[in-house]
Design a protein around this ligand. Structure first.
Ligand code: NAD
Length: 469
């Protein structure tokens, strides 16, 4: 029997021994690595990536290009434009009391890092953080999800072709592999996944006081306030919700709708689903499948619950176990204590809840955990402002959904239950570095005059320092 425990600790030791070589790599060397990764994703393996994701859950090629390949290429391009300035020493002022010294901040790599990624956007959420880790000069062990085996296998091939394992390595396997890896004293763990597993990761990290980035999930609310652009609003929501069949961390989880808009919303919803996925969604080449039987059954149980409780299925509701197909489904009147309203849905089911006043909608949002994303559809700036100021969330997109993920000038992350830390651009880079402060003394300073024995004139000098400097 292979002693996997030893394999991982040997790999870890190899990377640990190599961390200063990688950490001291030049700007050009880091850019070279990123170019190699870009070429592999954009050219050499583009078709393989599309096919692997189609194999894993019938993800349409266009969706793969837009939501898996494009964000990683975009991240690489952004880093290439900015890395030079991020790697520079940042000189900062030194107070007069420390006259004779200068100070700077050095962005040093954290060291040996672990990236654990989920299955729902496997390329995007594995290689995206990897770009930040490479830019920061770390060595990395990656553990992708076992639920998209074809994509994980392909990523292992890409990583082993592009990098030495003493620098970047990918290990495939079940949850037990993560559990073994989590025992090792990594310098940083970047985890993307559910809040429940996030807690396990944080607990394991605490053993070694390893810093963590936790990109988690939860129920992301979508508030619709006015009728003026309902057609466009519902179109955007149907797109945001059913891309990747709702298996998106920032997909609208449920809609909070002004009560007078309900019947119009349902009518437009049905029309948009028809327009996007045709009469027979199951045959549509634009709609993917649920990733596996376990998740399919979890989602079907929500639909069956809705049929047996007081809920109304306003649209959709059919499914087919043969290939884990679930129709885009709209549910109205879901009881508050139903699983649908208690758990992150992470699938193509959209509950609709009505409200009378915006205060009521905000109170509903605030009665739950802080969401990863909160969406507001309104033309009224006062309402938008009110919602922004009176709720908490990782990110917000006003009058659209999902798009906030694509701007690398914005940090992407959650807050408390939806996450700790950020990814993307400079914010992602910061997660993988330690801002080391350096104070360099050039000449004798005032503090050197204050060593014991403490005399009266030294006391006066301290008094003056407190008063004036
Ligand atoms: P998950 O938490 O089940 O698994 C994520 C990773 O953790 C996988 O690689 C898995 O192998 C590993 N893992 C699972 N159980 C583990 C355990 N007990 N110990 C150690 N490792 C373990 O998540 P998932 O099902 O892959 O993804 C769905 C979740 O991820 C949703 O909650 C979604 O909202 C969230 N998510 C968040 C983001 C974000 O950027 N914030 C992005 C995508 C998905």
């Amino acid at each position: 029997m292979i002693d996997t425990k030893n394999i991982y600790s040997e790999l870890f030791d190899k990377q640990k021994a190599n961390q200063f070589v990688v950490g001291n790599s030049s700007y050009n060397e880091r850019i070279e690595k990123l170019k190699r990764l870009k070429h592999a994703i954009e050219n050499t393996y583009k078709q393989d990536i599309r096919e692997a994701l189609y194999e894993d859950f019938k993800k349409p090629h266009l969706e793969t290009d837009l939501t898996e390949i494009y964000p990683v290429i975009n991240e690489i391009n952004f880093v290439r434009k900015n890395l030079k300035s991020w790697l520079k020493k940042q000189w900062v002022d030194t107070p007069l009391a420390l006259l004779g010294s200068s100070s700077f901040i050095m962005n040093e790599p954290k060291g040996v890092c672990l990236i654990i990624s989920p299955w729902n956007y496997p390329i995007n959420l594995t290689f995206g953080p990897l770009v930040s880790a490479i830019a920061a000069g770390n060595t990395v062990i990656i553990k992708p999800s076992e639920m998209t085996p074809n994509t994980s296998k392909l990523m292992a091939k890409i990583v082993s072709e592009l990098f030495e394992e003493s620098e970047i390595a990918l290990v495939e396997g079940e949850v037990e592999v993560s559990q073994e890896l989590l025992k090792l004293p990594f310098n940083h763990i970047f985890f993307t996944g559910s809040p429940a597993v996030g807690k396990i990761v944080m607990k394991a990290a605490s053993e070694h006081l390893t810093s963590v980035t936790l990109e988690l999930g939860g129920k992301s609310p979508t508030i619709i306030d006015d009728a003026s652009h309902l057609e466009k609003t519902v179109k955007k929501i149907v797109y945001g919700k059913f891309t990747n069949a709702g298996q998106t961390c920032i997909a609208p989880d449920y809609v909070l709708l002004k009560s007078n808009l309900k019947s119009k919303f349902i009518e437009i919803f049905k029309a948009k689903v028809l327009e996007f996925y045709s009469e027979n969604t199951e045959n549509s080449e634009s709609y993917c499948r649920i990733v596996n039987r376990k998740h399919f059954e979890r989602l079907v149980s929500h639909i069956e619950d809705a049929k047996s409780n007081k809920s109304t299925i306003a649209s959709g509701g059919t499914y087919n176990a043969t290939d884990n197909f679930i129709e885009p489904t709209l549910v109205f009147n879901s009881p508050e204590d139903s699983k649908l309203m208690q758990e992150e849905i992470f699938g193509p089911i959209l509950p609709l809840i009505t409200y009378e006043t915006i205060e009521e909608a905000v109170a509903y949002v605030n009665s739950r955990e802080k969401p990863l994303a909160l969406y507001i559809f309104s033309k009224n700036n006062k309402v938008i402002d009110f919602v922004l100021k009176n709720t908490r969330a990782g990110s917000t997109c006003v009058n659209h959904n999902l798009l906030q993920f694509l701007n690398h000038n914005l940090p992407f992350g959650g807050s408390n239950n939806s996450g700790i830390g950020n990814s993307h651009g400079y914010f992602g880079f910061l997660e993988f570095i330690n801002q080391r402060s350096v104070l360099k003394q050039h000449t004798l300073g005032a503090v050197d005059l204050l060593t014991p024995p403490y005399t009266n004139w030294k006391q006066r000098l301290v008094d003056l320092t407190i008063k004036w400097f």
